[in-house]
Design a protein around this ligand. Sequence first.
Ligand SMILES: O=P(O)(O)OC[C@H]1O[C@H](OP(=O)(O)OP(=O)(O)O)[C@H](O)[C@@H]1O
Ligand SMILES: Nc1ncnc2[nH]cnc12
Length: 248
Amino acid sequence: MRKTVAVVAGAVAALFPAVLVLKADQSRRLSENRSRAQTPVVCQMDVLDFPAEKKKGWYLSLMAPNTKGPMFAWLDPSRLYCNSQAFADCVEDLLSPFQKDSIDLVAGVDAMGFILGASVATTLGKGFLAIRKEGHLCVPTEQQNYTDYTGKENTLELRKDVLKAGLRVIIVDQWIETGGTMKAAIQLVERQGATVAGVAAVAIENTEGGKWIKEHYRFSHCIPEELQSHIDAKDLDTFIQKFQQLNN
Ligand SMILES: O=P(O)(O)OC[C@H]1O[C@H](OP(=O)(O)OP(=O)(O)O)[C@H](O)[C@@H]1O
Ligand SMILES: Nc1ncnc2[nH]cnc12
């Protein structure tokens, strides 16, 4: 017994420096990743500023890239909503493909889709319908389960006392990644007999679900063609760099 303990203790002692080296290596890599992800965080343009010459999608450089490491490819559009000109131009771009279309109502997806959707609705002079995550609507609802980019199962809910056959609805969300969330929203609207006249988001990634949405519905987004591949590749560094170049 004593011999076994001695052998185990010896092995642990022998491994200890290796464990320390591994730990040090891990935290070095983590901090390298952090600083790599943080490199483009410095947005050259002031949040309330706008360039004299506004190129297509100029406002996208106001989006904040994530600071949580390369495992979290994420662009946060909420910073662009702080700039009134950026917000207005973003909404205008989202509405431009639908200018000749007849639209009765704008629906927005909980939570960030509310901000963009409500603004789209007001600009269009139409009402706004909230599609909520489960558990918030205290009225009879239809429900739809879905899986989003995190792989988590969620449920969206839509009240039953607004939509009916013949109503034409645009659904707005902040971002479409796997398309799981938007597809659930579409299912809810269609289940109540209304027509999805279009789908709008700051970005629609060319994932399987994103492509499916583009193939089956009228859509709009804000990403200029030459930058779509950077969105699809989740290449935050080059995306931000390219936009900063566009604004110079
Ligand atoms: O296409 P998908 O893979 O389904 O992902 C897209 C969804 O993810 C984001 O929202 P999130 O669920 O993080 O919620 P939030 O709006 O409350 O931030 C985004 O605004 C969409 O709603
Ligand atoms: N804002 C966002 N940026 C990148 N990926 C996303 N997936 C869902 N929302 C996103």
